[in-house]
Design a protein around this ligand. Structure first.
Ligand code: PLP
Length: 403
């Protein structure tokens, strides 16, 4: 018997976990599944804008060999310019790393930093790669509460309570997956103050920074401080519907002078994986500097806005379910009122939804949420699919409520 490494203890990724495997098995058996489980835009008709696809084709001949491990200069310069325009100070091409998606950069940034037992503060709920990556790199994931009653803003008092001498960094996901929260300036200032007091590094995952609804404004936390080391991350996956391109970037700012050794460590790890996918790197400049197609989709007349509204209305119309209206990204994190719908666990609930109604969603505990009474809905599918899928979830809620 060959067993997996004990380094994988506590490492999981439920978005493609057992519930997903069960859905695949049902599909193989001939069932059709409504999939509200993954933030992969292309299968739902959200195409990478034509000029970005064209950049990949046009540059293919140039992109056959390896590139610099931190990324091609053209892409790094475009990223540096972009964030300088957004108000982050002191960025140069040398403080930018290009990776195979943000996922790659999350791993690199933690692996280059953590000693065994170091602690990283993570939002709860979180995007589960963050928790798993901390554990895989030998760190301890310490979760802080994001408060549903306060539109899912991070609870600053809870963060303060959880800081120990071993705390090295604080992760924020803004706009947030899975809650759709977009953090206010006041919250960001509060987080920075905590980071200053305790000498923490801020990891800011901003992969949804252009997907904003209503009056939401996105502020890069790094633009509010030049005295805290901030790692800001984004990429082509969500804003540009280029999930399969595997292109992301990481920008270091703030106290970079004190972080030279860490940055060399990052570079060392980057060299070990040689470089990130080169053809996709040629798409970064055209994406950042070209027309922003996403802006049309988040207007009240746009597809994403309308799908968000349809999903929120459908959830809130079901007795026993509710959700905070997302201000960004394309997810909502629905709450099950267990006094109305006494489920055994969130896992068992999403499994019933899948088996009985052929709808796939992911349980809240898959996002490291502390109570077993939430699930995430992805609102990339059409209004019809969302309405049908959520009404089927409602049937399970009704059945459980009656037992
Ligand atoms: N960070 C967050 C918050 C995400 O939601 C995702 C994907 O869903 C990622 C990172 C991974 O992005 P990438 O495709 O760039 O690796």
């Amino acid at each position: 018997m060959i067993s997996r490494s004990s380094n994988l203890n506590g490492v999981n990724y439920e978005i493609r976990g057992p519930i997903y495997e069960q859905a695949v098995a049902l599909e193989k058996a001939g069932h059709s599944i409504i999939k509200l489980h993954i933030g992969n835009p292309a299968p739902f008709g959200f195409n990478t804008p034509a000029h970005i696809q064209q950049a990949l084709i046009d540059n293919l001949a140039k992109a056959q060999g390896y590139a610099a491990s931190n990324g091609i200069l053209e892409a790094r310069a475009a990223v540096a310019k972009h964030y300088t325009q957004r108000g982050i100070q002191g960025i140069t091409e040398d403080t930018v790393f290009i990776g195979n998606g943000v996922s790659d950069l999350i791993m690199l940034s933690l692996q280059a930093l953590l000693e065994r037992g170091d602690e990283i503060l993570l939002p709860m709920p979180d995007y589960p790669l963050w928790t798993s990556a901390v554990r895989l790199c030998g760190g301890n994931a310490v979760h802080y509460i994001c408060d549903e009653q306060a539109d899912w803003m991070p609870d600053l008092e809870d963060i303060r309570k959880k800081i120990t001498p071993k705390t090295r960094g604080l992760v924020i996901i803004n706009p947030n997956n899975p809650t759709g929260a977009v953090y206010t300036r006041e919250t960001l200032e509060g987080l920075l103050q905590i980071a200053r007091e305790h000498n923490l590094i801020i990891f800011s995952d901003e992969i949804y920074d252009r997907i904003l609804y209503d009056d939401a404004k996105h502020i890069s936390i790094a633009s509010l401080a030049d005295d805290v080391l901030c790692l800001t991350m984004s990429g082509l996956t969500k804003n540009y519907f280029g999930a399969g391109f595997r292109a992301g970037w990481l920008v270091l700012s703030g106290k970079t002078k004190e972080a030279q050794d860490y940055m060399e460590g990052l570079m060392l790890l980057a060299t070990m994986r040689v470089c990130s996918s080169v053809p996709a790197q040629y798409c970064i400049k055209p994406a950042l500097e070209g027309y922003q197609h996403i802006d049309d989709l988040v207007l009240p007349t746009g597809r994403l806005y309308q799908q968000r509204d349809a999903a929120v209305q459908a959830i809130n119309a079901i007795p026993g379910l509710s959700c905070v209206t997302p201000k960004g990204a394309f997810y909502l994190f629905a709450k099950i009122d267990t006094s109305v719908c006494p489920i055994e666990s969130d896992k068992q609930f999403v499994m019933s939804v899948l088996k009985e109604e052929k709808v796939l969603v992911v349980q809240g505990s898959g996002f490291n949420y502390h109570t077993s009474d939430h699930f995430r809905v992805v609102f990339l599918p059409s209004v019809d699919q969302l309405t049908e899928g959520i009404s089927r979830i409602g049937k399970v809620v009704e059945r459980v409520a009656m037992t």
